[in-house]
Write a protein that binds this ligand. Structure first.
Ligand SMILES: [Mg+2]
Length: 277
């Protein structure tokens, strides 16, 4: 799951908010693309994967799921391996904090953007819906203590849970989540450019997931929306990795970054996570 979601993140990063013409011309899955303006290295993942790693390691280590531990993991994940890709204001905030306590004292957790949803996939592996919802909410409140911030994180975690535990046909994932969360919005297909709100990214991810038969088709569909597509692809591939055939092109696996916290680290952590849920 972590390797696949990182491929989605790194591939999508080449297209984040790029012009539709650029996306149409280069969204071929033949390799990672240099973003037309960001200067991000092809194959490098972004904040989505780095923050997912922070939560995956906390889950695998079995430490208490508290705001303090969660914030500490976010701070550690950033400072051990600083990278661009975070929203500018949050990146500056992370540079300035050194401990989880400092993070919690200074964060203004009022965002309804996609940050709490993009990182939540490991939570979906837990064995009950109640536990998934509880942990998704606790981690969301650290930075996104808003109704939509929490709901989008809950929906993204439930998508992984549904796929991981084989709870129904993938085409019905949105309807199942809509039932669990008591809101029809999650069953409504997304169309067009994806903005920064969490609800947008998760709806787009669920639409791509429900409408395609393989991981490469899902990835291409996520990017074709245009907009915040690294986040859409991260969320969709985390869930897709459990149910759809893995036909991601070998070049995307080979060229995924593989430094200290790259592909091999993700694969090792994937193996540990399989014992968690
Ligand atoms: Mg990102």
């Amino acid at each position: 799951m972590l390797v696949e979601l990182a491929v989605g993140d790194a591939y999508g990063a080449g297209f984040e908010y790029a012009e539709p013409d650029f996306v149409a011309a280069h969204n071929t899955l033949r390799g990672y693309v240099s973003h037309p303006t960001h200067g991000q290295l092809p194959g490098a993942y972004t904040d989505d994967t780095q923050m997912t790693l922070a939560l995956a390691e906390l889950l695998a280590d079995g430490d208490p799921w508290t705001p303090e531990h969660i914030a500490e993991r976010f701070v550690d994940a950033f400072h051990r391996d600083p990278r661009p890709g975070y929203a500018g204001g949050f990146q500056a905030f992370l540079v300035g904090v050194r401990t989880g306590a400092d993070f919690l004292a200074r964060i203004r957790p009022h965002s309804d953007k996609s940050g709490a949803a993009m990182r939540v996939a490991p939570v979906g592996l837990l064995s009950t819906v109640d536990e998934v919802l509880h942990r998704a909410e606790v981690q969301a409140r650290v930075t996104h203590d808003t109704p939509d911030g929490i709901a989008s994180a809950s929906a993204a975690a439930l998508a992984v849970h549904y796929c991981r535990h084989g709870l129904g046909p993938v085409a019905e994932v949105g309807a199942w989540i809509a039932d669990r969360l008591g809101s029809p919005v999650w069953a409504r297909p997304w169309q067009g450019k994806v903005g920064s709100k969490g609800v947008m990214s998760v709806r787009a991810a669920l639409t791509a997931l429900a409408g395609h038969d393989s991981q490469s088709e899902v990835l291409r569909a996520c990017v074709a929306f245009t907009g915040d597509v690294d986040t859409v692809a991260t969320i969709a591939l985390a869930a897709a990795s459990w149910v759809l055939p893995n036909d991601l092109p070998q070049v995307l696996l080979d060229d995924l970054e593989n430094g200290t916290y790259g592909r091999d680290h993700l694969a090792q952590l994937d193996a540990r996570l399989r014992e968690c849920g």
